[in-house]
Write a protein that binds this ligand. Structure first.
Ligand SMILES: Nc1ncnc2c1ncn2[C@@H]1O[C@H](COP(=O)(O)OP(=O)(O)O)[C@@H](O)[C@H]1O
Ligand SMILES: C=C(OP(=O)(O)O)C(=O)O
Length: 466
């Protein structure tokens, strides 16, 4: 049986090769993430071409997620990392200003000096360092280092509780969005999404450029949590971006927030990703800590659609082992049962209720599996959101739809041309599954389809035996 939980892997210098990408796909990656805070455009173009080529050769539907930087503050590039000690002075300056002290870096947000006050605490690099602003000038801030650490390129700065006057989509985001559309991104993520309007703007800008990716909203601060239902409804997928979220809220709230958001996603019918620090120690170690294994297990138990690797595969020493570790934990936990959030789904349409009936039927027949025919992917995603125990084999006529199903719990996507005679399509699908050893002969199959009548779509449920 295939793994239900999808695996997302961030690409970075540790995995910028044809072989590394091929190994990651073999180990089980379903979606590759380009973090646009770091990625160069030409590099992205090359990586996308490699991913498409390798996936096609392996007959896999590996998808690509472009993660926009959004309204966040990042330090500039340095020739070499600074090693900072407690009490050192650190300067953060506008691009146009010259350094006035030895430890100095630029910042991507010119308005930062206007938004902050002296005395405020800065959290640098997802919480690895703290600094206090001592002096505020028009073009620079002088900070005192409160906790020692190393600072490299494009480190993230958080100002918990401070609202930045950055737009939802920055100039950089617009350029990166155009690249994402040019590259045929399957998913596009907005960072620091604060309200539904942000999601609507991102989707409409993407559509103006001709894109049709699924929109992922990254939940990273208190304001997003306040507006969570509206954001979920405006999005296709939610990412619980725990790196920033864990700084913007008290860290002990994080597990509660994670559980609440996954439940709301299940209730409102949207997919959900749990991200960041899942196997952080494996950046330098070949095995995970027990706490990390338990954290990954928890996300799988909570029925996340996907779990994500960031630094672990972007800069870590053991990228493939991290994916193998995710794979092993996910498969084991999926066998042992899960939270049962499918029951929370709030269903409104007749179509949703037909899908519910099919998921109940398939789980009531011993060893049965679900086969879904889906043109845009909606039917398969909705079936997955009801979290049946049975695996979902989803057939779609085009590869782009299959890639948008790569991120969905319990879905295995396949391309198949749909014939005018629906029964022929069903027979070809079953033959394909048997030939590929995806199902055993005789397996009961619950077939969910809307292809039964050419002129008029009819939602139907059939039971057949492979
Ligand atoms: N495309 C890239 N080019 C260079 N370095 C990258 C790239 N993507 C990621 N990285 C590196 O991997 C680290 C971890 O990735 P990620 O967690 O996505 O970034 P961050 O925590 O900075 O948002 C980054 O801090 C950066 O140093
Ligand atoms: C996924 C996250 O975003 P980024 O890596 O862009 O900081 C996060 O903050 O958890």
């Amino acid at each position: 049986m295939f793994r239900k939980t999808s695996i997302i892997s961030t690409l970075g210098p540790a995995t910028f090769s044809y072989e590394a990408i091929s190994d990651l796909i073999d180990a089980g990656v379903n979606v590759f993430r380009m973090n646009m805070s770091h990625a160069q455009h030409d590099k992205c173009r090359e990586l996308v071409q490699w991913i498409r080529e390798i996936s096609e050769n392996k007959n896999k539907h590996t998808a690509i997620l472009f993660d926009l930087q959004g309204p966040s503050i990042r330090t500039g590039d340095l020739e070499a990392p600074y090693e900072l000690n407690t009490g050192d002075k650190f300067e953060i300056r506008r691009q146009s200003a010259d350094a006035t002290i030895p430890f100095s870096t630029t910042v991507n947000y010119e308005g930062m000096m206007d938004d902050v006050e002296a005395g405020a605490t800065l959290v640098v690099d997802n919480g690895t360092m703290l600094m206090r602003i001592e002096e505020k000038h028009d073009d620079r801030l002088i900070c005192e280092v409160l906790t020692p650490g190393s600072i490299g390129n494009r480190r993230h700065i958080n100002l918990p509780g401070t609202r930045l006057n950055l737009p939802a989509l920055t100039e950089k985001d617009h350029k990166d969005l155009a690249l994402a559309v040019e590259c045929g991104a399957d998913y596009i993520a907005g960072s620091f999404v604060r309200d539904a309007a942000h999601v609507v703007e991102l989707r409409s800008e993407m559509e103006k450029l001709g894109g049709s990716a699924d929109i992922v909203s990254k939940i990273e601060d208190q304001e997003a949590i306040k507006n969570i239902d509206d954001i979920i409804l405006a999005s296709d997928i939610i990412m619980i971006a725990r790196g920033d979220l864990g700084i913007e809220v008290h860290v002990e709230e994080l597990p509660i927030i994670q559980r609440r958001i996954t439940k709301r996603c299940h209730a409102l019918g949207r997919r959900v990703i749990v991200a960041t620090h899942m196997l952080e120690s494996m950046i330098t170690n070949p095995t995970p800590t027990r706490a990390e294994v338990t954290d990954v297990s928890n996300a799988v138990f909570e029925e996340a659609d996907a779990i994500m690797l960031s630094g672990e595969t972007a800069t870590g020493d053991y990228p493939t082992r991290c994916v193998e570790t995710f794979d092993r934990i996910a498969r084991r936990i999926e066998q042992s049962g899960s939270i049962g959030n499918g029951a929370l789904a709030e269903l409104e349409t007749d179509k949703q209720k037909v899908i519910l009936a099919a998921t109940k039927l398939v789980d009531s027949l011993p060893n049965a599996e679900l086969v879904v025919f889906t043109r845009r992917g909606v039917m398969a995603v909705q079936a997955a959101l009801l979290r049946p125990n049975a695996p979902i084999h989803a057939f779609a006529p085009d590869a782009a739809t299959c890639r948008r199903l790569a991120l969905g719990r319990g879905i295995e996507p396949y391309t198949l041309p749909f014939s005018d005679a629906p029964i022929e399509t069903i027979n070809s699908a079953v033959d394909y599954l048997k030939e590929n050893n995806s199902i055993k002969p005789g397996t009961p199959l619950v077939v969910l389809s809307d292809t039964l009548n050419k002129d008029k779509k009819l939602d139907s449920i059939l039971v057949i035996y492979a």
